[in-house]
Design a protein around this ligand. Structure first.
Ligand code: ASP
Ligand code: MG
Length: 408
């Protein structure tokens, strides 16, 4: 007998029929003798619908009232799912975040979980009931309803699994696992049987949007085995877990992540003196613009070019700031380019294998793809290329690193 936390996303509970199908699915786990805690999202589209109504009434609704509003989406699905379970003769009780209670800080719309009291859930489980918990919401020290940020139900599920020391946290969604890369780009992309927390974080932050990033961080921190599965298709899904022993048979690369969400800014001809990086990036940081890759190179004439990437939505703002900086520093000019894409190879196997970067660059070169920026970490190599080459590059790398072949 295992204790399993299952999370069903918005599309999995998007209609009454689907909610009934989820109840049937849960009943099979109970028949196998497991204890089940279920976390649900709002029905698909519901959170957006609620936000839409709020913004029709007020341009800047207070975060407190937004949380009161959007938390209702999940309150609907916990009640309906509990009823569907009752209809099957299964004991079940719904819990809002505050009823668990899931205690958070007071940062409305982006609250962090501070503590979960697992006593009342445990009592229900011991009485043979299914515990159905509203995802995405909690309660702050003053008793206000809080929410955890969009996609937060994944984090609720992982946090409950950690608090209950569950055997597994299963995230049911509309894909059957984590893939080597986006199957819409590469036909031969393969579902991974397992991936490490670290790799998943890199895949997620590089644009594979299967799970809320925070939930993966949380799972890694508390070592909660996390499995991504399809809601209505049978299959093993992908297990996200700790790094196993170093295994030389293991593929060097686990996956390829990519994003079109970035833009590149270059400040040309800045003097090569101490403090330059700070003078350039200080004002950008103060404007709350996140910086990703940075490249600085000193030319033969002693002047340097300084290039970095930001989210595409921040490009215009960053450019304006840089134009001011350029004037102050006497730099030559500012270039901005949003027709770029970032492609990253991810794999813990890189730690024990040399030559991954050169193989990557060779593969891109043979396709005539120019590399504009490079950055590396222990388990990742990212490059910035022109956006028009993105699909070509991802396909070339996917076959160069034999990701289409099943792991041995
Ligand atoms: N319903 C919330 C959202 O759409 C939380 C979730 O689905 O995880 O963001
Ligand atoms: Mg989601």
């Amino acid at each position: 007998m295992a204790l399993i936390v299952q999370k069903y996303g918005g599309t999995s509970v998007g209609t009454v029929e689907r909610i009934q199908a989820v109840a049937e699915k849960i009943s099979r786990f109970l028949k196998d003798g497991h204890q089940v805690v279920v976390v649900v999202s709002a029905m698909s589209g519901e959170t957006n619908r609620l936000i839409g109504m709020a913004t029709q009434i007020h341009d800047e609704p207070t975060p407190r009232e937004m949380d009161v509003l959007v938390s209702t989406g999940e309150q609907v699905t916990i009640a309906l799912l509990s009823m569907a379970l009752h209809k099957l003769g299964i004991g079940a009780r719904s819990f809002t975040g505050g009823q668990v209670p899931i205690r958070t800080d007071s940062a409305h719309m982006k609250a962090r979980i501070e503590h979960i009291d697992e006593q009342s859930m445990r009592a229900d489980l011991n009485a043979g009931r299914v515990v159905v918990v509203a995802g995405f919401q909690g309660i702050d020290p003053e008793g206000n309803i809080t929410t955890l940020g969009r996609g937060g139900s994944d984090t609720t599920a992982v946090a409950l699994a950690a608090a209950l020391k569950a055997d597994e946290c299963q995230i049911y969604t509309d894909v059957d696992g984590v893939y080597t890369t986006d199957p819409r780009v590469v036909d031969s992309a393969r579902r991974l049987d397992r991936i490490t927390f670290e790799e998943m974080l890199e895949m997620a932050s590089q644009g594979s949007k299967v799970l809320q990033i925070r939930s993966v961080e949380f799972a890694g921190k508390y070592n909660v085995p996390l499995r991504v599965l399809h809601s209505f298709q049978e299959g093993p899904g992908t297990l996200i877990t700790v790094d196993e022993e170093v295994d030389m048979e293991k593929p060097v690369i686990s996956g390829i992540a990519f994003t079109r969400d970035e833009a590149k800014l270059t400040l040309r001809g800045v003097p090569d003196t101490p403090g330059i990086a700070y003078k350039i990036l200080g004002p950008v940081g103060e404007a709350n613009i996140e910086i990703d890759m940075i490249v600085q190179n000193v030319g033969a004439d002693g002047a340097t070019d300084f290039t970095f990437t930001v989210h595409r939505n921040d490009m215009a703002k960053a450019r304006k700031i840089l134009e001011q900086v350029a004037a102050d520093l006497g730099a030559r000019d500012v270039l901005a380019d949003d027709k770029i894409a970032k492609v990253a190879l991810v794999g813990v196997g890189m730690r024990s294998h040399a030559g991954v970067a050169s193989r990557m660059f060779q593969s891109l070169a043979s396709e005539g793809v120019n590399i504009e920026m490079i950055s590396t970490s222990e388990i990742k190599i990212s490059v910035v290329i022109a956006e028009k080459y993105l699909e070509l590059a991802v396909r070339a790398l996917h076959s160069a690193f034999e990701l289409d072949k099943p792991a041995s």
